[in-house]
Design a binder for this molecule. Structure first.
Ligand SMILES: [Cu+2]
Length: 323
């Protein structure tokens, strides 16, 4: 009859670790606050004016005491640091085999795009016991993607990809929120995450007709926008070949080396001058305004599907660019 949960379910692999940090910090703060409060009251009463407490033998200096209250908090703080750092790395290091789903936020809804082609609004279907990585961007202002039961929250920014990952541990339906004030209907910007057993998830994916896998749609766009005339598979074009570029180190004209991740691919389409590949002239025009955020996701998914051995997985069923 008292359905008044103080905490959301712990429904992901990292939920326990995040809660442990939370309870540890709350516990430590409570302990010290209560200890200080106790001594304030204790001394105020004991040494109040007129009491006949013993006031001789006042300690003015004690090295032992000073060491004690310096070293103990130092060790506590370092301990908290180690535990928090572990939780932080767990949160921000996605496993390499994660299923990748693209998210676009806009005033005021969330759109999810699955690699197999399904998309959905204000809902996110995911399989249980499988790592899922979200690659997110916004079409307008800053939003923030938050699933309390999974203890994950990540800002979603226009003109940039951010990502977060989780592995759900229990089938069920969980709240999804925008947690960055983003305008009039911010409070309405949410929905649900539906965690399903793998078989049910596969069934859900196969539902609906006319779904074009993301990478396949990206390939069509790659042809249509003429990217292919410069970025040829045999590397004979005016631009570098993009086959196998994803995940590789790229040598830049500036002397820097960077890893080609989703954000690098996205930026190079929208702002090609930002990072010029060594040995190539800066002749690529910007595609800003010519490709939607969805289109960018498709092209990025396509580029990721181009394997170094010349094989491409675009359109292949279960891989869907996730590997
Ligand atoms: Cu929002």
């Amino acid at each position: 009859m008292w359905d008044f949960p103080l905490f959301p379910d712990q429904a992901s692999t990292i939920a326990g670790g995040v809660d442990a940090v939370y309870f540890l910090l709350t516990g430590l703060s409570l302990f010290f606050a209560l200890t200080v409060l106790f001594f304030i009251l204790f001394f105020a009463i004991r040494y109040r004016r007129g009491s006949n407490a013993d006031r001789s033998g006042i300690v003015l200096e004690s090295r032992k005491l000073e060491l004690f209250w310096s070293v103990v908090p130092l060790l506590l703080a370092l301990g908290v640091f180690v535990i928090q750092a572990k939780a932080y790395f767990d949160l921000y290091r996605p496993p390499v085999n994660a299923l990748e789903i693209y998210i676009v936020g806009r005033q005021w809804m969330w759109k999810a795009q699955h690699p197999e082609g399904q998309d959905e609004i204000n809902q996110l279907h995911v399989p249980v016991n499988r790592p899922v990585r979200l690659i997110m961007t916004s079409q307008d202002v800053i939003h923030s993607f938050y699933i309390p039961a999974f203890r994950v929250k990540q800002d979603v920014l226009p003109g940039r990809y951010t990502s977060i990952w989780f592995e759900a541990t229990q089938p069920g339906t969980y709240h999804l929120f925008c947690t960055e004030y983003c305008g009039t209907d911010h409070a309405e910007m949410g929905g649900s995450v539906i965690v399903m057993p793998e078989a049910e998830y596969q069934q859900w994916l196969s539902g609906g007709t006319g779904n074009v896998p993301l990478a396949q749609a990206g390939e069509a766009l790659f042809q249509q926008l003429g990217c292919v005339t410069c970025h040829q598979a045999d590397n004979e074009g005016r631009g570098p070949t993009l086959v196998g570029v994803f995940g590789q180190e790229v040598q830049l004209e500036s002397g820097q080396t960077i890893t080609a991740d989703e954000e690098y691919l996205r930026e190079s389409i929208i702002n090609p001058r930002a990072k010029i590949v060594a040995g190539y002239p800066a002749i690529m025009p910007t595609y800003q305004g010519q490709i939607s955020d969805e289109g960018l996701q498709q092209i990025v998914a396509y580029l990721k599907s181009l394997q170094a051995d010349g094989e491409q997985q675009a359109g292949s069923e279960s891989n869907g660019g996730a590997q």
